[in-house]
Design a protein around this ligand. Sequence first.
Ligand code: ATP
Ligand code: MG
Length: 327
Amino acid sequence: MQSILTINDLRKIYIKKNGFFNKEQTEINAVNNVSFRVNAGETLGIVGESGCGKSTTGRCIIGIETPTSGSVAYDDGQYSYRFDSQQKQNNIDREYWHKVRYIFQDPNASLNARLSIYESLSQPLVKMGITRRSEIETKVSQVLRDVGLRSEYMNRYPNEFSGGQRQRISIARALIVNPKIVIADEAVSALDVSVQAQILNLLQDLQHKYQLTYLFISHDLSVIKHICDRVAVMYMGSLVELGSVEEVYSNPQHPYTKALLSAMPISHPRERGSMTRVALRGEVADPSCLPEGCNFSPRCPERCDGCDQYQYELVETNQRHIACIKA
Ligand code: ATP
Ligand code: MG
């Protein structure tokens, strides 16, 4: 399959100042040497516990965060663009901003309460150089209908809508410039379960209609299972396993994936199959003080000699990628 996005050795270290007169500095390793490809037309999930670096990865990909090192390359066959850690945030190509769009978890944060829906949705078009009101209105009506809202809603304000409707508007804002990739960061996490299902179905319909590739960030394994083709499992800033949803869910290889999946609620005992429950010891380590060797080793039930020596990178084993000494 053709890859549309290639992430290479992405790393993001945040510097936190503390102590007397902020003289001390701690480095927070939010993302460590993450590499993966996103295939055109697929939905790739990134899953992991809170604080494991999912959003930071997404934010580095769209360039609202400057990576400490590493590169991001985009190629859809007609347009290609590559940037790396040397590139300043405001130098990222505008065209790239239109090809890769972001949906945030909290629609209130992405929609300005003082702007009407028309004003919010027209902003990205104006940045693209489209200024004729009639053309903007046509596009705004169209995209509102595509996300299941009435076009008259363009004259209303965000506070007149429910959470689910607001998320639809955020989706419309992402889609109005006809992007190729949408990064959905916890796009349904803030919503009720019934509304979640509606939005997930809408995203699937829109994927066909707009020929989209999704990078779907979520901590929720059932949501990922529902919508993704492949999944990347992240732990403390590193990818530990990557493979098709079917294979990873039915036969997880990395001890962390096994533990995550065994904690997932199931609707019927039969679904658990031969999988046994894995209890995780201890807490997620502090990202400013990474353990020796494999980040997961202090909590790993399958820990052996050698685990504290080296952080293994993803290794391909029949379509599956695993970062573990056992691979
Ligand atoms: P969640 O599921 O809670 O959204 P996440 O997987 O998206 O978590 P990130 O938000 O990427 O995690 O954070 C990764 C790590 O980087 C965390 O330890 C977080 O505290 C830290 N971090 C994120 N943003 C910043 C920032 N602007 N300054 C300092 N540290 C940050
Ligand atoms: Mg996040």
